[in-house]
Design a protein around this ligand. Structure first.
Ligand SMILES: [Cu+2]
Length: 135
């Protein structure tokens, strides 16, 4: 019982010193377009480690469905493809932005003000972030 506060302090120090290898920055989640209940997600994913990171699924408990897409121009026509995975090379970043890679988000009946996004590599959740939805 006497040693518990000390152990707690050690844990706190350890947690703050360790920088997570995967970061997400500048998250923008658009609210649903009327009639289709779809929104888009944009952000920068940053791998701060010396190893590659593969993300094969992004999910959310606050949304009906989430998919990773990429927009491409083919013969002047914009098309979207679903991405099966995102590979982040060591110490690199991948940007999800308008006209490129993006998240397609299918909303539930009510639009949440805050959405949690969970990034997975197989069964392992690498990162969980919360962001506000906006027009
Ligand atoms: Cu899309």
């Amino acid at each position: 019982m006497r040693f518990r506060p000390l152990l707690f302090c050690i844990c706190l120090v350890g947690c703050t010193v360790d920088q997570p290898p995967l970061l997400v920055e500048d998250v923008v989640l658009t609210r649903p377009i009327p009639g289709v209940a779809m929104g888009a997600g944009y952000f920068t994913l940053r791998n701060t480690s010396n190893q590659s990171i593969r993300i094969d699924r992004i999910s959310s408990p606050d949304l009906a469905a989430v998919a990773m897409h990429e927009s491409v121009l083919e013969d002047g026509i914009a098309r979207m493809y679903e991405l099966q995975e995102i590979m982040l090379l060591p110490r690199s970043a991948v940007v999800f932005e308008t006209g490129g890679k993006h998240l397609m988000m299918r909303y539930l009946e009510t639009t949440p003000d805050i959405v949690t996004l969970q990034f997975f590599a197989g069964p392992a959740m690498l990162l969980s972030v919360q962001a506000n939805t906006r027009e």
